[in-house]
Ligand binder design. Structure first.
Ligand SMILES: [Zn+2]
Length: 58
């Protein structure tokens, strides 16, 4: 009887996934790297990323 979704699994899936704010490419990285500014979008080189979060509406 599994009717509910699994928030833990969803969190794990979305936890370290960031989205480029310019081209919307998805990157998997972690907050430490974001904080040190070492992470850039692989596609366009843009430095500003946001957390991929379902609550954020585009
Ligand atoms: Zn990009």
């Amino acid at each position: 009887m599994v009717k509910k979704k699994f928030p833990e699994i969803e969190q794990r899936l979305f936890k370290n996934v960031y989205v480029c704010m310019r081209c919307n490419a998805k990157l998997r990285t972690n907050l430490k790297k974001i904080a040190t500014g070492k992470v850039k979008c692989r596609r366009c080189g843009y430095k500003f990323l946001r957390l991929k979060n379902k609550d954020i509406k585009v």
